[in-house]
Ligand binder design. Sequence first.
Ligand code: ADP
Length: 240
Amino acid sequence: MDIINISNLTFRYGKKFIYDNFNLTIEKGSFVTIAGPNGSGKTTLVKLLSGLLKSYNDIKVFDKPLTRKNLNEIRKEVGFVFDVPDNFFACETVEEELAFSLENMAVQPSTIKKKINEISRLLKLDVYLKRNPMELSGGEKQKLALACALMLEPRILVLDESLMMIDINEKNEILKILKDYNQRKRVTIIYLTHDLNESLYSDRLVVLNEGKIILDGKVPFIFEEEAVMRKIGLEVPFIV
Ligand code: ADP
């Protein structure tokens, strides 16, 4: 079953078309990497999916068109993790930051505490719970942003270059954790990056260039198309 269905999407900034008759479907429960060089349209796609940029009836999430009327309901079940700006966090401690959204939804304190324990351990943030988010390193802030998204148990998790500041070994650890999370909880993960190394844990790789899909297939078999990836400046992972 498709959880996201984009059909004939057209979007432009001013006169410049970024997407022109773009089609993409994402299967429920899959872990998909969308990779492309800078300027290929990844962030624009995420903004369209989140409703930050307006599209019309060409995007369906959970079979519902992404209209203003449906947007709030859809957003409750889709977690977006963007590159973390410095003013992203609002609370004094990591623990409060993790609790923030659930407290606003009046979730029981004991349930919140249990979830904080689970998620902070999963991402090895448990040692930082009493720290001020602003004092964390860039990579730790990115882990916290991911943890905040997981606290809400989204059905779809969209990550836009959101592990960029985390060092390579730890990034691989987190990708493995995400893979496990995807399989255990059947959460659909859409991971956007310019780095093909980060696609190794996903089931499917979609390669985007100038708003068009130039490759789409199963990992690792898709890496046979090395020449196409090289042509647009994407380096195939060494391990492949
Ligand atoms: P990526 O995330 O893959 O780097 P983007 O979606 O950010 O790609 O950008 C796709 C194209 O749209 C680029 O050519 C970029 O210059 C252009 N673009 C992005 N944001 C804007 C904007 N707000 N106004 C005009 N052009 C934009």
